[in-house]
Design a protein around this ligand. Sequence first.
Ligand SMILES: *Cc1c(COP(=O)(O)O)cnc(C)c1O
Length: 358
Amino acid sequence: MTDTATFSPLRTPTATRQVGHGDMFTDHMATATWTEGLGWSPLALGPREPIPMNPAMIGLHYAQVVFEGLKAHRQFDGSMAVFRPGENARRFQRSARRLAMPELPADDFLRAVDAVVGADESWLSDDPALSLYLRPLMFATESNLMLRPSREYRFLVIAFVAGGFFGDTVKPVSVWVSHDHTRATPGGTGDVKCAANYGPSFVAQLEAQRAGCQQVIWLDATERRWVEEMGGMNLFFVRGRGAGAAVVTPELTGTLLPGVTRDSLLTLARRLGLGVSEERVSLEQWRSEVRQGLITEVFACGTAAVVTPVGQVRDRDGDFRIGDGEPGAVTMALREALVDLQHGLAPDPDGWMRPVLG
Ligand SMILES: *Cc1c(COP(=O)(O)O)cnc(C)c1O
């Protein structure tokens, strides 16, 4: 773990582009609290500092904790803008509802994001490889160990300087199919961003690494047959090549996290004239369509990963390579379309970028 204090005096953390996911936190945080009967306190912006914590607080023991992830980008004209924060505000409300937590009004979510981005503008370099990753979080703070929802919560937003999640290149990642562990179950919490979804996934991630892979592929929990996600990212398959190519992403069955990047890429793919569909894809189908040359590219996407090609698949029933193992043309075109829009270099017909004043 890095002592973030050592970064503060620098104020120009752009010297290094090889920055990890959460190594370089900024100076400020926005917070608010919720109390039963009183509702939400006014939002406060202050220094990012340790938070007091009762050792019996419900969030710590029973995982009443939800979070979000979104990014602010430096625009081509020097201004700053956040990518589709309204979507994250809505998803944060859905996550809270699922965990029997109070919903934060979307306006408060947006104001908290604006406040942190505005206060920490100097951390956001004009290097397009860097962005500000924002992490809204809400957790149960009441000290009580009854098995019931907390009557007190804290909401906060912190931020860090983010490079590429997989480094600055778009080198394809290798993936390992998990047959022993699943991420989400029907009726569970796989379609919301709650902290309790992630700790249990680490053991499979470690297994993937022991198998020489960077990421884990999740199959559905019921049949262990349908491909759902890669680690904490959504997946896309590309069928065909050139003008006739189509992108396919697993449909939202309730056990997949509905990614904002996933949704954005579906729109951008249509705009690029690609075929687009949401359907279930089985592991068997993935393998055989790759062997037949029908599936030509595969990539993962998410706020942190942006668009990351998948090159190799390792599986107990036989490994296979996607195409020639290099980033594909459709993958790179979609990545560029997304990144250009995020930096104000492409038209934004749906108003996805929310400007923030420094
Ligand atoms: C956050 C997340 C994603 C990606 O969502 P984005 O909104 O695109 O960042 C995908 N899968 C899981 C499991 C996630 O937690």
